[in-house]
Design a protein around this ligand. Structure first.
Ligand SMILES: Nc1ncnc2c1ncn2[C@@H]1O[C@H](COP(=O)(O)OP(=O)(O)OP(=O)(O)O)[C@@H](O)[C@H]1O
Length: 246
């Protein structure tokens, strides 16, 4: 299986401090991956680099079937190329309904000229219903987003990203602040999504990572320290040292 995203030998420094140090990472087109690591390991910077927010000082990032260099693209072009990012705090339009939020996201998926004069069509309404069902929000579709629980807002925002049909979804700490039932639903959602696209989940909560039941990449000091199943990486003495701070 060839990679969808291939990060090779990437480094970035801030005022002489190497936040990302010769990092290599790759993910396939339909794969779920958890990225873990202690505070300051470089997880956020890694996502910033992949989404074009931060430019690396060296290295290469190749994307898609034609191995296009992401380093030549700006943030908006990278998003349009199919990389979606979910930040930790949900940012939905609280005064709009679930359906309206999803409709707006579908609209945002059109090119700037197509958006002029865009009206919801039967096809887009059907897609909104389909997305709501996929998110487990079918019975909430007419509710204002502001009335949803924290977990439901997170799913709605994931749905708004799905409206853009990303091939890679980067998700930052999805389980934070969720109830146990919401976490279980989130696990199921992420696993389902990863059947047809790449999903990278950055997470501190090891119980949640265990439930994802996927390959884990451990970052430390801006590099990959270990990779494999959660059981395997948590038995790795280097990983134990880093987490226990020895
Ligand atoms: N813009 C910046 N300027 C200076 N230093 C930065 C900047 N961004 C990140 N860093 C430093 O780079 C290192 C990696 O930070 P990063 O936020 O990527 O880690 P992280 O793994 O996401 O941490 P956490 O789990 O605490 O969110 C840290 O030491 C951080 O202080």
């Amino acid at each position: 299986m060839s990679a969808l995203l291939e990060v090779s030998g990437v480094s970035v420094s801030f005022d002489g401090f190497r936040a990302i140090n010769n990092l290599s990472f790759s993910i396939g087109p339909a794969e779920l991956r958890a990225v873990i690591g202690p505070n300051g390991a470089g997880k956020t910077t890694f996502m910033d680099i992949v989404t074009g927010k931060t430019r690396p000082d060296q290295g290469e990032i190749l994307w898609g079937d034609r191995s296009r260099s992401l380093l030549k693209l700006n943030e908006a072009q990278i998003a349009r190329a199919g990389i979606g990012r979910k930040f930790q705090r949900p940012t939905v339009f609280e005064d709009q309904s679930v359906a309206d939020n999803l409709t707006l996201a579908l609209k945002a998926n059109r090119n700037p000229f197509a958006v002029l004069g865009w009206r919801p069509s039967n096809a887009s309404e059907a897609r909104v219903v389909e997305l709501a069902a996929e998110l487990g929000l079918a019975d909430q579709i007419d509710r204002k987003a502001g009335e949803l629980s924290h977990g439901q807002k997170q799913w709605l925002e994931i749905g708004m990203l799905l409206a853009q049909e990303p091939r890679l979804l980067l998700v930052d700490e999805p389980a934070a602040g969720m109830t146990l039932a919401e976490r279980e639903q989130t696990t199921a959602l992420l696993c389902r999504l990863a059947q047809t696209r790449a999903v990278v989940v950055v997470e501190h909560d090891m119980d949640f990572v265990r439930r994802l039941n996927c390959k884990v990449t451990v970052l430390h000091q801006g590099s990959v320290l270990a990779e494999g199943s959660l059981d395997r990486v948590t038995r790795n003495p280097d990983v134990i040292d880093v987490y226990l701070g020895r």
